[in-house]
Design a protein around this ligand. Structure first.
Ligand code: PEP
Length: 236
């Protein structure tokens, strides 16, 4: 089996100094392939430079659904590819919840990411209320609809229940595993399915040992070189 993936999401955190410090340490750790760091867009070229002699890939956290034109403030997949970006997170729960991004928009974004030759990390997941009402599976299945027909292998799906993101609450193996099976059944058993939601060095090995988990998407803990490297070491 290919090594599990570990992808860090820096969200709206960081500075030139913090990147040099954290990614400088990550660069020293001699990590295997299948590790990525998605930093704020202005820092992608710096991250590439710091990580240039490593296997660690650099990514973005969002992208425009448009290719080119009068869309002030937007950044296209082609531009990201141009600066050496290798992967893009699409449809993160914070984009959906705080910025009103729809599943349809996320689907268009993912297509633009793949068209630009970048790897996509498409996030799905239910809210606490949706899970309480017994709708978690239905919500995730609906979010997967826009992936139909896309080439498997060029993107991963991250199952990130929004109640577990940044909350310190981790989904249990009994919640994670069946959802990963559902995602694979809807798409293809070969699609990589990552779990995200309060992953830290202390729980990474347990989460990565859950059946059908092909890796993790890490938010807060990716800002600490020690935490991030420990999580990467737990990948099998
Ligand atoms: C995320 O940002 O995708 C995430 C899972 O955050 P955290 O690890 O902080 O819960």
């Amino acid at each position: 089996m290919a090594k599990q993936m570990v992808i860090g999401n820096w969200k709206l955190h960081g500075s030139i100094g913090q990147l040099k410090s954290v990614l400088g340490e990550v660069a020293q750790a001699k990590l295997d392939a299948n590790v990525g760091v998605c930093v704020p867009t202005p820092y992608i070229m710096l991250a590439k430079q710091i990580l240039q002699h490593t296997h660690v890939q650099c990514g973005a956290q969002d992208v425009s659904q448009y290719h080119i034109g009068p869309y002030t403030g937007e950044v296209s997949s082609g531009m990201l590819a141009d600066v050496g970006c290798e992967m893009v997170i699409v449809g993160h729960s914070e984009r959906r919840r705080l910025f009103g991004e729809t599943t349809e928009q996320a689907g268009v974004k993912l297509r633009s990411v793949l068209d630009a030759g970048l790897f996509g990390v498409y996030c799905v997941g239910e809210s606490a209320e949706e899970r309480r009402q017994g709708n978690a599976e239905k919500v995730v299945a609906t979010q997967l609809e826009v992936l139909r027909g896309l080439p498997i292998g060029l993107f991963a799906v991250a199952y990130e229940p929004s109640w577990a993101v940044g909350s310190g609450v981790v989904a249990s193996g009994a919640q994670i595993s069946p959802m990963h099976v559902l995602i694979k059944e809807h798409l293809d058993e070969r699609v990589k399915v990552l779990y995200g939601g309060s992953v830290k060095s202390g729980n990474a090995a347990e989460i990565l040992a859950v059946d059908h988990v092909d890796g993790v998407l890490v938010g807060g803990a990716a800002l600490s070189a020690f935490e991030f490297v420990e999580i990467c070491k737990a990948a099998r």
